[in-house]
Write a protein that binds this ligand. Structure first.
Ligand SMILES: NC(=O)c1ccc[n+]([C@@H]2O[C@H](COP(=O)([O-])OP(=O)(O)OC[C@H]3O[C@@H](n4cnc5c(N)ncnc54)[C@H](O)[C@@H]3O)[C@@H](O)[C@H]2O)c1
Length: 352
C-alpha cells in the first residue's frame, strides 16, 4: 500500500510504514518501548490518529504531533527502514489505500426511546450506549464497574443517561435496572459478557464453566425475562443479544464460552419465534475480533495450538463502534422486519 499524499495524522499506519521517513520515525519510537512495527499489523489500515484513543495513554496526541512534525521537517534518524513487507498486504493488493469507515450519526434515531444497555462501561457496550445517547435516546447504562460508568457519564454530559451499577446475574440488580427504566422499555441491548480461559471439555473447570454461563447465559436470560412484560404491555420492543463468532463455529474460544454463546443464539431464536407476533423483535449480533477490554487467557496448550491454527483466517480486529453500528441497526426501527437473526458482524470471518 502506498500513497502519494504527504504523511499526516489522517494517513493510514500502512502508509506511514511504506514511507521511508515515516517508517524511520515510527520504528525509532517503537524501539524505545522495545517493540517493532509488527505490533501495528492488526491495525495497519487505520489512520494513525486512531491510535491516540485506542492506546489509552501509551501513544499521546503530543507524540503524534511530534511524529508528523518530524516527517514534514525531514528530522529523521539514519538507518535502514524496516521492510514494509513485514506488513503483509499481498492479499489485498498494493495499489490503493482502502477506504476507512467512520461512524456517522443518524440524528434523532432513538429520540423518545428508552434503551437498557448492559456492559455500558467498556468496549462494545460503551460504544453502543454512546451511540444511542448521541442519537437522542434515553439510555439506562448498566455495568458492574462504577468507575467505568462514572467515566462514561462524564464523557456524555448533556445526554439523557441513567447510570446504574448492577450485576446482571443478580435478581435484585435486574429488578433495579427495570425499575430505573420506568413504564416504557423500547430496547434492551444485552452486551455484558465475559470470556473463558480457552480450555477444551477435557480440561474445563466447574468454576470457569459456571462463571461464564452465569454472566453470558443467566444474565442475558434474566434481563430479557424482566423486560418482556413491559414490552408485551406496550405492544412491542426490540432486544439485541450479544453472541460471538463462537456462536457460529467451534474454533473461536474454549468450550465454556462457545457453549454459552450457542445458548445465547438459542435464547434469541426461541424468543423471536414466540414473541414476534406480539411486536417484539429479538436478534443477536455475532461480533468478530474487536478491540475492547475483554480478557482471555490460554489455559490449555492443546486448545491453544488448535485454536490458533483456525485463527489464521481471522480478520483484523475492529473498534467497538463498528459493532455498535450493527447493534443499533438491529435495535432501531430500521430493523423493522428483522427478527430471530444472528447477525455476523465480523468482516466476513464466518464466511471463511
Ligand atoms: N471483544 C471481542 O472481540 C468480542 C468478540 C465477540 C463477542 N464479544 C462479546 O461482546 C460483549 C462485550 O464484550 P467486550 O469485548 O466489549 O468486553 P469488555 O470487557 O470491554 O466490556 C464488558 C463490560 O461488561 C461488564 N460486565 C461484565 N460482567 C458483568 C455483569 N455480571 N453485570 C454487569 N456488567 C458486567 C464489564 O464490567 C465490562 O465493562 C461480550 O458479550 C463478549 O462476549 C466480544
Amino acid at each position: 500500500m502506498s500513497s502519494t499524499k504527504p504523511l499526516s495524522a489522517d494517513s493510514a499506519i500502512a502508509d506511514w510504514l511504506a514511507d521511508p521517513a515515516g517508517n524511520a520515525v515510527l520504528t525509532e519510537m517503537l524501539a524505545q518501548g522495545g517493540q517493532t512495527p509488527d505490533v501495528f499489523k492488526p491495525v495497519r489500515r487505520l489512520a494513525i490518529k486512531r491510535l491516540v484513543k485506542m492506546s489509552r495513554g501509551a501513544f499521546t496526541q503530543e507524540m503524534l504531533d511530534d511524529l508528523v512534525r518530524r516527517v514534514v521537517a525531514g528530522d529523521v534518524p539514519d538507518g535502514t527502514p524496516v521492510a514494509a513487507a513485514s506488513v503483509d498486504e499481498e492479499s489485498i493488493g498494493d495499489a490503493v489505500t482502502l477506504r476507512e469507515w467512520t461512524e456517522r450519526l443518524d440524528a434523532g434515531r432513538f429520540t423518545g426511546q428508552t434503551v437498557i444497555v448492559t456492559g455500558a462501561g467498556s468496549g462494545i457496550g460503551r460504544a453502543t450506549a454512546s451511540r444511542i445517547a448521541r442519537e437522542g435516546g434515553r439510555v439506562i447504562a448498566v455495568d458492574v464497574s462504577q468507575e467505568r460508568l462514572d467515566e462514561f457519564v462524564a464523557d456524555h454530559s448533556g445526554a439523557d443517561v441513567v447510570a446504574l451499577t448492577a450485576d446482571i446475574t443478580d435478581d435484585a440488580g435486574v429488578a433495579r435496572i427495570v425499575e430505573a427504566a420506568g413504564d416504557t422499555i423500547d430496547g434492551l441491548a444485552n452486551i455484558a459478557g465475559i470470556m473463558d480461559d480457552m480450555t477444551p471439555i477435557g480440561e474445563v473447570t466447574d468454576a470457569v464453566w459456571q462463571r461464564v454461563f452465569r454472566v453470558n447465559v443467566d444474565g442475558t436470560m434474566k434481563l430479557m425475562r424482566a423486560v418482556i412484560p413491559t414490552m408485551l404491555a406496550q405492544g412491542g420492543g426490540s432486544i439485541v443479544n450479544t453472541a460471538s463468532e463462537a456462536a457460529l463455529r467451534g474454533s473461536a474460544a474454549g468450550v465454556a464460552y462457545t457453549a454459552s454463546k450457542h445458548a445465547v443464539a438459542g435464547i434469541t431464536k426461541s424468543s423471536a419465534f414466540i414473541y414476534g407476533p406480539n411486536g417484539i423483535r429479538v436478534n443477536a449480533v455475532a461480533p468478530g475480533p474487536t478491540i475492547t477490554n475483554i480478557e482471555a487467557s490460554f489455559g490449555s496448550p492443546l486448545a491453544a495450538g488448535r485454536i490458533q491454527t483456525a485463527m489464521a483466517v481471522m480478520p483484523d480486529p475492529v473498534e467497538a463502534d463498528a459493532i455498535a453500528a450493527s447493534i443499533t441497526f438491529l435495535l432501531s426501527d430500521d430493523g423493522v422486519n428483522v427478527n430471530g437473526v444472528i447477525l455476523a458482524s465480523d468482516g466476513g470471518w464466518s464466511a471463511a
